[in-house]
Design a protein around this ligand. Structure first.
Ligand code: SAH
Ligand code: SF4
Length: 367
């Protein structure tokens, strides 16, 4: 069986051509699957009966299985998805007054092992397939009733998507970009490039590729004002240090749909949150039009860090804002269902056995 959720728009057209069907048939099926959320070929009423019968026999529309569906008191909703062989990933929906954001995972685990991230502590398991990435949006629309015949039929409940769940999206480049193309396609989810954000820890060559192949809004996980500290917190910095990362941000902006990069900065008590860190940041980002998003550290069991105090975060933000940089502090959402940033541990098996060595327990989702 061929899973049609694994194709981006061009790939689906090529597949239809290969089975002797016209490209417009691919567009019809694309619309049914993604815009209307229909997975049953029988319901695709404007598709020729013979093609429907053929697809029924040879193809399927298969998103990952939902293991758990947890609703937080603040409205944040988290789904735990089975991606096979004991691996699970998470998707989080964050409703706000003026938008609804879906936070999507791109890998089971992550190889980059940032010091403050529970996903990193699990080690890397595998890249998610296109159907497992776009399947998160597909499933969330189902659950939120934003599909044909659903309670929110015709409404755009999910207005923004951020690739900020488990994993490093640019380390699963091909599949992440295929999913992005579906998010942007008018026959699929039709989101504007400004409303789709990729968050990266700073894989410089892949940032250049993204800029050339599929520019969307960019968030970069900075977390430190100099290489000495960033080498410790974000180990990929040893390969792509700040002297390479900052120019890559500038190059990205030449084609980005927004005229700034968002720098994410996790606030770790006594580690990277001093006044002098903020001042050093100002000179680091001097030539990069940017905004800052400060993320209060979300603890997980055995984490070697604490969360900066609210007054410290305010003071840090004031220093950045005093220099004219728009700075927001992320509200911690979905705490009660472990859906906050860096807590998306799920139940991913650690094939590298790194967690056994570090003895860091996996965060269990509470329903
Ligand atoms: N791998 C990508 C995207 C996923 S992580 C990246 O690193 O950018 C999304 C954001 O959550 C990143 O900025 C990451 O640094 C941050 N994060 C990870 N663990 C966290 C924690 N325990 N508390 C707060 N933020 C965390
Ligand atoms: Fe991977 Fe991002 Fe976590 Fe670092 S912060 S380990 S890159 S998911």
């Amino acid at each position: 069986m061929i899973n049609l959720l694994d194709f981006d728009p061009a790939g689906l057209a090529a597949y239809f051509t290969s089975i002797g069907e016209k490209p417009f048939r691919a567009r019809q099926v694309l619309r049914w699957m993604h815009r209307f959320g229909v997975g049953d070929f029988e319901q695709m009423t404007d598709v020729a009966k013979s093609l429907r019968a053929r697809l029924q026999e040879t193809a399927c529309v298969q998103a990952p299985e939902v293991l758990r569906d947890a609703l937080s008191e603040d409205g944040t909703r988290k789904w735990l998805l089975n991606v096979g062989q004991g691996n699970a990933v998470e998707t989080v929906f964050i409703p706000e007054s003026n938008r609804g954001t879906l936070c999507v995972s791109t890998q089971a685990g992550c190889a980059l092992d940032c010091a403050f991230c529970s996903t990193g502590k699990q080690g890397f398991n595998r890249n998610l397939a296109v159907s497992e990435i776009i399947g998160q949006l597909w499933l969330a629309n189902q659950a939120l009733g934003a599909v044909k015949g659903g309670e929110n039929d015709g409404e755009r409940v999910i207005s923004n998507v951020v690739l900020m769940g488990m994993g490093e999206p640019l380390a699963n480049f091909e599949n992440a970009v295929a999913a992005l193309r579906l998010m942007l396609d008018d026959n699929a989810y039709g989101l504007s490039r400004r409303r789709v954000t990729v968050s990266t820890s700073g894989i410089v060559p892949a940032m250049d590729r993204l800029r050339d192949e599929c520019p969307v809004a960019l968030a970069v996980s900075l977390h430190a004002p100099n290489d000495r500290l960033r080498d410790q917190l974000v180990p990929i910095n040893r390969k792509y240090p700040l002297a390479e990362l900052m120019p890559a941000c500038q190059r990205y902006l030449e084609k980005a749909p927004r005229d700034f990069v968002t720098f994410e900065y996790v606030m770790l008590d006594g580690v990277n949150d001093r006044d002098q860190d903020a001042k050093e940041l100002l000179s680091l980002v001097r030539d990069v039009p940017c905004k800052f998003n400060l993320i209060p550290f979300n603890p997980f069991p055995a984490a070697p860090f604490g969360r900066s105090k609210p007054e410290r975060i305010r003071r840090f933000a004031d220093i950045l804002m005093g220099a004219g940089i728009v700075t927001t502090t992320r509200k911690t959402r979905g705490d009660d269902v472990d859906a906050a940033c860096g807590q998306l541990a799920g139940q991913v098996q650690d094939k590298t056995k790194r967690t056994a060595l570090a003895a860091i327990p996996v965060v269990e989702a509470r329903v």
